[in-house]
Each structure stands twice: as structure tokens, then as C-alpha cells.
Ligand binder design. Structure first.
Ligand code: PEP
Ligand code: MG
Length: 559
């Protein structure tokens, strides 16, 4: 009998069953110095391992697009060149693969950005595949999975999830991996309850031990008592009823009980995300983080043409729906392989996002021209991040105008009525919202950054994570002020920070008049359910009440 509490939920839901503990065969990596004449043979062995890994991945890639990226990574030119050069330098294939992959992993791991950290996890998986192939091992750690079980593992890689029989998977518990890890994405996609970051769980369970998990609440019961099982069954029953209701409701219009309309959109980082989002009930893309287009490139900034092709593909997918593309938001925690940022004391307060773009106008204009060119295929909206002053906005718009003129000269079409908006994510933009509202077509509030700047709490610092709270009245009052300024000047106010996907927050935000909620596609159903089951009047009253609160704690007590 043990009850474990976990802070973050990767995928909601209930599971109960015997534990299947994933055990991996210890891989001993032989390391030796080789003679020059052995190099060719070692390179051959290495290339054969690449082919084996590629074949394995191709076999499973039908299941998920994640593996397409893996196949690219396994034969990545920089990785291959690194391994071969180490073999030529006198290392056997195993040592060369391990050392080269580790160098790349370290590089990705040292980036603050959660997405890039996950790429380090991908590389670890690739490294393991190559080393297993070199050792001639094709063992599947899931071959013993014969009955429906709760899978417990130190870490689960996408290839692991491809090797398992999902018929027998009730839930996932892993020690490593964040809410944006692949196991979380796969679990969410398949509706499997999943908790990640459960420190020490492998040492606390045994194969076959009974486990129950309530992933929504972040609770795990090991060898639960009768009373715990009863409580668990009741909650599970309520959850399932609600899930069913939400599924039905999600197909209905986005409006409150009294007919007030709102819009639910998705946040994406690439084309695959858009395809995934199209499977949900999303009504548009409220945030396309274009920095991922830049991060995917390894050698140089993406050209205008390369970007045009990507934005065109995106807009052809989203058709007449709005597709809000945020211009390059790099710097802070997000780096680029091919560009060295100046060393800064405070990168989050440094030369990032639109500031960097304005310092590199030709680079910025490549993106603006690509966006304008793609705009003729649908409904692209341009969105600037991190603005603090009207001058910055005007400078960005001047460059946009130059791009329009250049295209006109070359007789290249673009949509003259393309909307241009901005993110509100700095305290300055909140206080200047009335001035900004006269000059843009829409606002989108970025609560992830706005919270950190308003409260002066680093959004990535775990030691002060408790102080990072978007329910802080300062954040709520800022949001209300921004919405009011937007409406006073006849423009719409949206939100694309994580706060928009918080079911409890959504009613308050609606009551404040928020027009558009943008979030990861998986959260749309729950927010829609919440908002369809409240009247606008009730939401307004709730918003009024919480805006009078003097602390985040008080706000949470009121909702
Ligand atoms: C935000 O700051 O709220 C936001 C949506 O942008 P990002 O998380 O990419 O900084
Ligand atoms: Mg931001």
C-alpha cells in the first residue's frame, strides 16, 4: 500500500492493473583503439548498423509521423560525418557512435527550450538503436507483455512505443520525460493515461504488482486497499461519463449557454502539428511558432523560398481558417545552430524576438516576403512577438511595407488585406495597449512570458516555480486591461499562452471578454466543454469576483 503524488499530468485518465516493468538488457559497449587499416571495416559495420536502424524504423513508421523524423536523424549528415571522422581517428565503431551522439545530445540538452531537449531524447534513442544493431541485438523489451498492464519504465522512447502491443497497455508511468515528451504525445493521441517524471518508480514496483493511477489528479496507488479501490472506481466512473459528454459536446458550436460566441484555436510548431490539430475541433491556428522553421535548419537561416514553401503548405492545410504565424521569436532560451548570439547577462531581457529581427532587417524581410507570398493561398495573419514600443511596431511595419513594394515591382501577388497583429507579453505592451490597439488588427496575449515579466519570475526556474502563477491578480488585471483596450478600438483579443488551456481559467477569461483561446489541440475538448456549460453572464460575474481578489490563493478559492 503506497500512494504517490505526481505534479504534472502528461495524459489524463484512469488505469488499474498489474505492473509491467520494462527491463532492458544491459548493453556493454566495447571501446578500443583501431589500426588505420581497420577503419574501412569499422565504417562498413557502422553503415550496416545505420541500415538496420533505418529498416527497423521504416517498418514501424507507418504508425506515426514521429518516425519519419527519426529516419532522417539516423542518417543525418553531420552525425554520420562525426562518427566516420572518429573511426578514422582510431576509434572502433561503437566508441565513435557513442561519443559523437553524446556530443550532439549534450548540445541539445544544454538548450533551455523544452522542444530542443526532447530532440536530445530522440538522439539517445537513435544512439541506442545503432549500438544494439552493432551488437547484433534485436531484443524487444515488450515481448513479455501478454496481459493488459500498467507499463512502468525509466524512459519510453518512440521506438519502444512502436514495439508494444497497445491492446495490452492500460497506462504509462515513467521516471524520465516531460509533458512534451513523445511518450506523452503518443499517450495523449491514443487516450492512454500517462504520468512522467515519477522519480524512483521503477525501484518501488515489481512485475505483476497491482497498480492504479489517476493521471488527471497525478495519483498512483501501489497495491491499493479496498477503500482506495472504491474511491478510485467512483472517480473513474465520473471521469468516463464526463469524457463521453465532452466528446459529444465538442462537435457542437463554440458558444455559451446564452449564445455568446468564442473561438477555439490550436498552437502549432510545424506542419505535422497542423495535421494533428485538424483532427480536433479547432477553428483556426492561433499561434504558429515559426522559430521551429528556423531551428530545423542546421547550416543557415531558412531562405525566403524555403519559408514560402512551408507557409504555403500550412495555409493550404488550414484553408479558409485563420492561420496566425508569429514572426521569428528566437533568443532567450531558444538558440540556432548557425547563429552565435552575443553573450548576455540576461538573455530573456536581451536581444531576442522582434528586437533581433529589427537588427537584422534583411533576414527579417525574407520571412515577411515569404509570409506575404503565401498569404494569397488562404487566411494568414502576421503576428509580432515581444513588442515593447510603438516605434518597434512602426519599424516592423515599415519593413513589411518595403516587402510589399518589392513584391509589387516584381508583380508577385500577396493579400493586400493581410491582418497584422501582435503578442502582448511584456508589461510595457500591457500599459501601452490602448496605443497599440489603434495600430494593429488583433492582440494575442502570451501569458507564458507575460507572467514571468510581470511577476519577475523566471518561467523555467524550478526553484521558484511556485511563484510563477498566472492566477496572480496582477496577471488577471493586466489581461482584463488588454481586452478592454482591444474592444475599445474594435479589435479582437486572443490568448495563446498556456493559461488559455486551463479549464478553470477559461471561464474567467471568457467573462473578461476574451474572444479567442489558442492552445495545444488536445486541450480544446475540455475547454469547450467548460465554456459551453456556463452562461456569459455567469462568466462575467465570476470574472468580476476574481478581479477583486487580493491574491492568487483567493482567486483559486473563488473558482
Ligand atoms: C507566451 O509567451 O505566452 C507564448 C505563447 O510564447 P512562447 O511560449 O513561445 O514564448
Ligand atoms: Mg512568448
Amino acid at each position: 500500500m503506497e500512494r504517490i503524488k505526481v505534479l504534472q499530468t502528461a495524459s489524463k485518465g484512469y488505469a488499474k492493473g498489474p505492473v509491467y516493468l520494462v527491463k532492458r538488457r544491459e548493453l556493454i559497449i566495447p571501446r578500443r583503439t583501431i589500426a588505420a587499416e581497420e577503419a574501412e571495416e569499422e565504417i562498413k559495420r557502422y553503415k550496416a548498423s545505420v541500415n538496420t536502424a533505418k529498416e527497423q524504423l521504416e517498418k514501424i513508421s507507418g504508425d506515426s509521423e514521429i518516425f519519419e523524423a527519426y529516419i532522417q536523424l539516423v542518417q543525418d549528415e553531420a552525425l554520420m560525418a562525426g562518427v566516420i571522422s572518429k573511426i578514422k581517428g582510431g576509434n572502433n565503431a561503437e566508441a565513435a557512435v557513442e561519443d559523437t551522439a553524446d556530443e550532439f545530445i549534450q548540445m541539445f540538452d544544454s538548450m533551455e527550450d523544452a522542444y530542443m531537449k526532447e530532440r536530445a531524447a530522440d538522439l539517445k534513442d537513435i544512439k541506442k538503436r545503432l549500438l544494439y544493431a552493432l551488437a547484433g541485438i534485436t531484443e524487444n523489451p515488450f515481448q513479455g507483455l501478454k496481459v493488459p498492464s500498467v507499463i512502468v519504465a525509466e524512459e519510453l522512447t518512440p521506438s519502444d512505443t512502436a514495439d508494444m502491443d497497445f491492446e495490452n497497455v492500460l497506462g504509462f508511468l515513467t521516471e524520465i520525460g516531460g509533458v512534451t515528451s513523445h511518450v506523452s504525445i503518443i499517450a495523449k493521441g491514443r487516450g492512454i493515461p500517462c504520468l512522467t517524471g515519477v522519480k524512483g518508480i521503477c525501484g518501488r514496483v515489481k512485475d505483476g504488482m497491482m497498480a492504479a493511477m489517476d493521471a488527471g489528479e497525478g495519483e498512483i496507488f501501489l497495491e491499493p486497499t479496498e477503500a482506495e479501490l472504491f474511491e478510485f472506481a467512483q472517480k473513474k466512473c465520473r471521469f468516463e461519463e464526463q469524457e463521453q459528454m465532452m466528446e459529444v459536446e465538442s462537435k457542437k458550436p463554440s458558444e455559451t449557454k446564452d449564445g455568446h460566441k468564442f473561438m477555439l484555436c490550436a498552437n502549432v510548431g510545424n506542419i505535422e502539428d497542423i495535421k494533428e490539430a485538424l483532427k480536433s475541433q479547432m477553428e483556426g491556428i492561433g499561434l504558429f511558432r515559426s522559430e521551429f522553421v528556423y531551428m530545423m535548419k542546421k547550416d543557415d537561416f531558412p531562405t525566403e523560398e524555403e519559408q514560402f514553401q512551408i507557409y504555403k503548405e500550412a495555409v493550404l492545410l488550414t484553408k479558409e481558417r485563420e492561420l496566425t504565424i508569429r514572426t521569428l521569436d528566437i533568443g532567450g532560451d531558444k538558440g540556432l545552430d548557425y547563429y552565435t548570439f552575443e553573450k548576455e547577462e540576461n538573455p530573456f531581457l536581451g536581444c531576442r524576438a522582434v528586437r533581433l529581427c529589427l537588427k537584422m532587417p534583411e533576414m527579417f524581410k525574407n520571412q515577411l516576403r515569404a509570409l506575404l507570398r503565401a498569404s494569397v493561398y488562404g487566411n494568414i495573419r502576421i503576428m509580432y512577438p515581444m513588442l515593447i514600443s510603438v516605434e518597434e511596431l512602426e519599424r516592423a511595419n515599415e519593413l513589411l511595407l518595403e516587402c510589399k513594394r518589392e513584391l509589387e515591382e516584381k508583380k508577385i501577388p500577396y493579400r493586400a488585406d493581410i491582418e497584422v497583429g501582435m503578442m502582448i507579453e511584456t508589461p510595457a505592451s500591457v500599459l501601452m495597449a490602448d496605443e497599440f490597439a489603434k495600430r494593429v488588427d488583433f492582440f494575442s496575449i502570451g501569458t507564458n512570458d507575460l507572467t514571468q515579466y510581470l511577476l519577475a519570475v523566471d518561467r523555467g526556474n524550478e526553484a521558484i516555480a511556485g511563484a510563477y502563477d498566472s492566477f496572480h491578480p496582477a496577471v488577471l488585471r493586466a489581461v482584463r486591461h488588454v481586452i478592454r483596450c482591444a474592444h475599445a478600438h474594435g479589435i479582437k483579443a486572443g490568448m495563446c499562452g498556456e493559461f488559455a488551456s486551463n479549464e478553470k481559467a477559461s471561464a474567467i477569461l471568457l467573462g473578461m471578454g476574451l474572444d479567442e483561446f489558442s492552445m495545444s489541440a488536445g486541450s480544446i475538448k475540455a475547454v469547450k466543454y467548460r465554456l459551453r456549460n456556463i452562461s456569459f453572464k455567469e462568466a462575467e460575474e465570476l470574472a468580476e469576483k476574481v478581479l477583486g481578489a487580493s491574491s492568487a490563493k483567493e482567486v483559486k478559492e473563488l473558482i
